[in-house]
Design a protein. Sequence first.
Lengths: 117, 160
Amino acid sequence: MVKQNGRIVTGAHYGLKDWLAQRVTAVLMVAYIVLFAVIVWISAPQNQVEWAAIFSYPGMRVASFLFLASLMWHAWVGVRNVLMDYIKSAAIRLTLQILVIVSLLAYLVWTAEILWS
Amino acid sequence: MTCIKEYNRLHLLAVKRIVIALNYHNKVLCMEAKLLKKQRPKHLNLFKISQPLPAIVSIMHRISGVLLFFPGIPLLLYGLQMLLESADSFQALLTLMQNPVVKGLVLLFVWFSLHHLCAGIRFLVLDLHYGVALAHARASSKWVLVVSVALTLAAGIVLW
């Protein structure tokens, strides 16, 4: 039994992990979008070389990867909620959830490939 | 004699009135019963009742979220790949972006993103217990719709 009082967000999950993850990933994505917009605004890249130069910095690659990883995680929580609401059959829902997880992991590998190639 | 006649007449009148009143009362009860029968159990047709503004913003947040997951994410990654891979792919991306249909679709996804972003910020603020009162909630959902459409129009002007 989890004690009702004295709960802290960094403790065990209490069933609120997804709720919190959804909000943390959202805020991280907004921060990246603002940062990215400022960088593009200042450097004003005109061609492929200049665009690639922006993404050549290791910090930019890591930040972009974290942004897209946040996007995948955020999408997982959101799509899982939608599936739980509308798909009543456990078998179909599990199948769809597996498809969503596999596709999101594949997207993440693709993301790494794009950023580090 | 006249006294008894008068008494009988008045008595009859009173009885008639009571009967009329009872009939009327019965009719009202019947109508109420019919109404109650109609109302319970209640089946709400979501397409027939007019949704409040916050509900519209909420369902649009959900629909835009699903569309941003698919086909949004693969399209975003495909675009990023074309942008960074080579000079040829970059040129192909520029050519693709000249197509008015592609421009329209991109603008549609810009709108999905902006609506999802604005509605998401509104939900975060509501989580902090700000603007929970009905009037505020209505006003903020109206702002979400207005701001996301206005920013999408601005993006459209930049695109064209």
